[in-house]
Design a protein around this ligand. Structure first.
Ligand code: RP5
Length: 167
């Protein structure tokens, strides 16, 4: 198995459904990744060890998803200078605003690139990770361009169908 270029961490197994689209997209783009559960609060030492090990293995981007007091992305950003992408999750009665603010409001020098909540954020976390890696990986850059062309064609087709329907 190839060494992972991307790590996907989630704070709890209960986050799996929201985070799974990130893994799907990385798989479709043929980017090796590791996905696991680790918590900023409940498994501090495991989180630090994972970051250190993955860095040694050549992991380039960390994606971290958590709900409630969502400190996982921040804790990882404190441990590594590799890019960290945070996915806030709607896991509490506050509807995700708690996780959004916990993820996005990092102190200067420790950025977390925060994407949208839940599945939409998981998808964009994967695309953003892919774009970062594509800076030094021309075959991947080509795959991303091809995916964009496919998206554009799908939108155009939908537009034409709608125009015909209302003609
Ligand atoms: C966060 O608390 C997790 O990321 C999860 O979104 C939320 C609830 O966790 P569980 O109580 O389901 O383990 O740390």
């Amino acid at each position: 198995m190839e060494n992972p270029l991307v790590a996907i961490f989630m704070g709890s197994a209960s986050d799996e459904e929201a985070v799974a689209p990130a893994a799907q997209i990385l798989r479709e783009l043929d980017i090796p990744f590791k996905i696991t559960v680790t918590s900023a609060h409940r498994t501090v030492a495991r989180t630090e060890k994972l970051v250190d090990e993955l860095e040694r293995q050549g992991c380039l981007v960390f994606i971290c998803a958590a709900g409630m007091a969502a400190h996982l992305a921040g804790a990882v950003a404190a441990r590594t200078i590799r890019p960290v992408i945070g996915i806030p999750l709607t896991a509490s009665a506050l509807g995700g605003m708690d996780a959004l603010l916990s993820t996005v409001q990092m102190p200067p020098g420790y950025p977390v690139a925060t994407v949208a909540l839940d599945k939409a954020g998981a998808r964009n976390a994967a695309w953003l990770a892919a774009q970062i890696i594509a800076l030094g990986n021309e075959p991947l850059a080509q795959r991303l361009q091809a995916a964009r062309r496919k998206n554009a064609a799908a939108v155009e087709k939908a537009g034409q169908e709608l125009e015909r329907k209302f003609a």
